[in-house]
Design a protein around this ligand. Structure first.
Ligand code: ATP
Length: 144
């Protein structure tokens, strides 16, 4: 055992429904509570909350993308565990569903004079739909 830094990270992404991913990766980027956080092997330990956003990780020359929303992430020098409330790989995203969710949210927000409108809820739906649409365009093999 030497004191060299690890050159890979064990990444595990879990949601309440499933183990979404367990892979060895070279680096990743997560939507942390205070903004996007880049993580390389050997990173100092930390725990952060996740917000709605794009999570990406690199394996070799390929970067993979997921849409995530809420939860926690634990970073250790050689492993990262993501406990996400909601997460989908880019390849799993149903674009029509996300487009419909975006339109619904936009319509609600357009009716701002409606006193029953839950503004935060509509904004969150819109944000989730926009992230899903953005991530779905980055699926492996997609023309960028
Ligand atoms: P919708 O309004 O379309 O139901 P939502 O944002 O309310 O979307 P969520 O509560 O975020 O849906 O997610 C519920 C479940 O459906 C989760 O398992 C999530 O991964 C999945 N999901 C939601 N939208 C999509 C999508 N566009 N493509 C694939 N899976 C989705």
């Amino acid at each position: 055992m030497d004191s060299l830094l690890p050159d890979k990270l064990q990444l595990e992404i879990v949601t309440p429904d499933r183990l979404l991913l367990r892979e060895e990766v070279e680096e990743l980027q997560i939507p942390g509570k205070n903004g996007y956080l880049g993580i390389l092997p050997g990173h100092a330990p930390l725990i952060t909350e996740l917000q709605i956003g794009e999570l990406s990780y690199r394996q070799d020359k390929t970067t993979h993308y997921l849409s995530v929303a809420w939860g926690y992430c634990e970073v250790l020098p050689d492993r990262v565990t993501v406990l996400a409330e909601i997460a989908e790989r880019a390849e799993e995203i149903d674009v029509n569903r996300a487009l419909a969710a975006k339109e619904r949210a936009e319509k609600r927000l357009a009716g701002l004079q409606n006193p029953d409108l839950d503004f935060n809820r509509a904004m969150i739906s819109l944000q989730r739909a926009l992230v899903r649409l953005q991530v779905s365009q980055k699926r492996v093999g997609a023309l960028q």
